[in-house]
Design a protein around this ligand. Structure first.
Ligand SMILES: Nc1ncnc2c1ncn2[C@@H]1O[C@H](COP(=O)(O)OP(=O)(O)OP(=O)(O)O)[C@@H](O)[C@H]1O
Ligand SMILES: [Mg+2]
Length: 385
């Protein structure tokens, strides 16, 4: 009796048998039904098309598959089935003359194979039992591999930031002094020249602006590596947003952007370096301002998620981020705004600041269009500074 077998399934089995030979089908069905209680669902079909329809409608643990179906033959049948429904174990049911095909089948995603006429109820259940166990292990292995790849990705990113950060701060220190000399020199010339020549005035003003811009970049670069000197204290995220908004207000007004503000009134304070967090907010707001057309919309919203986190959302009505760019936006020097003076440091500085606060910054395209940035802070102070 099959029910005497030692292979206990953790729950009733859900089996799909794909077999066009009626005799073979009856044999399998009879063997499976010997242990009726072990069977949660049993469906049969004689075509691949029928199999795919069943797989769409029901959940199965295992598919017993013949490779010689009227509408599909050979090992690609397994591939099709596996791609369509990767979560089920697959056991191939082959004729003795195709036994080698059975071995090939394992490479295409099947867990085991049966040779027709060479098995009984006991071996059938044994094969199904091990196929399901193997599938479970395989699924866990694939998940572990995915996690490993993700961790590896994070490590590479962290390493990249460290290298660029180190390089950048070195260069920044070197450039800061000559830049100060340029700035001072221009200022001096402006005072001493006292000329009415518009051309000379424009040139001086251009040099001044360029020096200011370069100084801004250098300051960003220095911030990038100077994060160890953070001044953490209990602060209000709402206040940081208000200050950030005040600093970019002229840009908002210039573009006639419709700004919606939704502040959570009882938002608990968080342990942050508020100056750094304001910097993050300003950078994200500036990106949103750049992204929207004139008279576009930006919404800022603060909220609390349960007892554990507070969050700031900044959503804009721009065109969002291109699919090909979404993985790169936090990379140092990645910009799609080079022609308009973008340097590509804004978000990498933000990410660095947020990492040091053990906080998270995510930017994604919103289903309604535009991009949405989410800044999430832990209520328990866990910064790693
Ligand atoms: N709200 C947004 N909508 C669309 N694209 C965005 C948005 N925010 C960021 N991006 C994309 O991410 C890129 C990187 O942003 P990041 O702030 O790091 O650099 P930047 O704005 O280009 O230059 P800067 O160093 O002056 O900030 C941008 O060039 C843009 O392509
Ligand atoms: Mg930016």
């Amino acid at each position: 009796m099959v029910s005497d077998h030692p292979f206990k399934f953790s729950k009733p089995l859900k089996v799909l048998v794909v077999e066009d030979n009626q005799v073979d089908l009856r044999v399998i069905e009879a063997m499976l039904m010997e242990d009726e209680h072990a069977m949660g669902l049993l469906k049969t079909t004689n075509t691949l098309k029928g199999a795919l329809e069943f797989l769409q409608e029901y959940e199965f643990d295992i598919v017993i598959l013949d490779l010689n179906l009227p509408d599909h033959q050979g090992t690609t049948t397994i591939k099709k089935l596996h791609e369509f429904y990767p979560q089920a174990a697959i056991v191939i049911n082959t004729g003795a003359y195709e036994a080698e095909l059975g071995i090939d089948a394992l490479q295409y995603g099947a867990q085991d194979f049966l040779v027709k006429g060479k098995y009984n109820g006991y071996t059938l259940i044994k094969v199904l039992h091990y196929a399901i166990k193997r599938k479970e292990l395989e699924t866990r292995l694939v998940k572990a591999l995915d996690e490993l790849r993700e961790t590896q990705g994070h490590l590479i990113q962290a390493e990249k930031m460290k290298v660029v950060g180190g390089l950048a701060s070195g260069v920044a220190h070197e450039v800061k002094n000559p830049l100060a000399a340029v700035k001072y020199g221009v200022q001096y010339l402006k005072e001493q020249l006292k000329t009415d020549d518009e051309k000379i005035k424009t040139v001086i003003s251009n040099i001044n602006e360029a020096a200011d811009r370069a100084n801004l970049i250098i300051t960003d670069l220095l911030d990038y590596s100077g994060l160890s000197e953070m001044k953490m204290k209990k602060s209000s995220l709402n206040d940081c947003v208000v200050k950030g908004l005040a600093l970019v207000n002229h840009e908002i007004e210039k573009k006639e952007i419709v700004l919606t503000q939704k502040f959570h009134e009882q938002l608990p304070d968080i342990e942050i370096d508020h100056y750094r967090i304001e910097q993050v907010i300003i950078n994200v707001l500036l990106n949103a301002i750049h992204a929207v057309e004139s008279k576009g919309a930006i919404t800022v919203e603060t909220l609390q998620n349960g007892e554990t986190t507070v969050c700031l959302r900044i959503k804009d009505s721009g065109n969002g981020i291109g699919e090909q760019d979404i993985d790169k936006i936090f990379d140092p020097f990645f910009t799609t705004k080079r022609a308009k003076g973008g340097v590509g440091l804004g978000l990498s500085v933000c990410k660095n600041i947020m990492d040091t606060h053990n906080a998270v910054i995510e930017i994604n395209n919103h289903p309604d269009g535009g991009a949405e940035a989410r800044l999430v802070f832990q209520l328990k102070p866990t910064h790693s500074a």
